[in-house]
Design a protein around this ligand. Sequence first.
Ligand SMILES: Cc1cc2nc3c(=O)[nH]c(=O)nc-3n(C[C@H](O)[C@H](O)[C@H](O)COP(=O)(O)O)c2cc1C
Length: 364
Amino acid sequence: MIGLFDALARPVLRMLDPEDAHRLAIRALKFPPFVKLVADDTRLAVRAFGLNFPNPVGLAAGFDKHAEVPDALLKLGFGFVEVGTVTPVPQIGNPRPRVFRLNRDQGVINRLGFNSEGADVALRRLAARASAGGIVGVNIGANKDSADRIADYVRSIETFAPVVSYFSVNISSPNTPGLRELQHAGVLEDLLARVVDARARMSRAAGTTPVLIKIAPDLTLNELDDIVGAARRHRVDGMIIGNTTVMRPQGLRDQTIAREAGGLSGRPLFALATRMLAETYVRVEGAFPLIGVGGIDSGDAALAKIRAGACLIQLYTALVFHGVRLVATIKSELSNVLHRHERAHIDELVGADAAAITAEKWPV
Ligand SMILES: Cc1cc2nc3c(=O)[nH]c(=O)nc-3n(C[C@H](O)[C@H](O)[C@H](O)COP(=O)(O)O)c2cc1C
């Protein structure tokens, strides 16, 4: 059924402006086709951040920005869904057009700039489904015109703690001027201290909601040292590596579109994001788990992320090019790998290649 839905919808969606196509996909998910849920292979189940994930394949932030369809997305087979980025106050983001497909490179450039219906709307939707089960995290960001951006994150922790499975603290979107400066050492210390403190204050009412930070793939290794150091000191629960890149890797074929400003995602991001994941893994030394994101479009790519250090993965852009059946394909390919290599569980492979990857030539 999912395959049929995909086959019919994708050619139509690909003819539309990417943002219109996305809107249509969200609308369609409000009336999802009846799908009989197939139980996941128990060897793919992951326990991380105190949560039990039925499988490691998650939907990355940015697809369901306003928390409209998390349960339909879980029904499509994702092991977890990250809604957002949500900003405290509604904002419209940058002028359109602001999403561009690089068809030949299987990439996307976006400069949406945190278009968000705001925290009140997202809270209402998340509260209405809070007892539905399934792992739904919220990615939180700051308003463009905020006078105190750290206060925005604190406010979102207070708002959403009772209704979400985890927080992804987004300090890595390239499309809100100055946002990524929150990754710098001094400011980050302050941000993490206040966020972790807000989480502790909420824990009596909401339990201890895991806090993850989502970083950019464009950091220097010195910056990464500082971030991992701060994350360990403040005992965050995990890191997500990473967001879109402002780099334009060599060899892109859609050269004209590649000149659009914004963050690049999809296949051209894979090598850089995987390298940064491995670099993070060797620095974290097992202190907390990592989520690997960026250019995953096959079972092999998912496996490579896991071997680079991810215990969970997320994807978005590949859905544009491969449709939602990709989720089932990745899960079945991961199961096949375990069978072929006589491994009892996917977690045996986490980080197996991390050290070797950090010794490779830097991807360009
Ligand atoms: C159109 C679009 C919108 C996105 N919006 C967000 C967002 O709001 N917050 C965020 O943290 N990441 C956002 N992302 C980044 C993704 O979550 C992900 O980190 C990145 O695209 C790399 O994964 P992918 O190559 O599988 O797409 C967005 C990506 C795309 C393509």
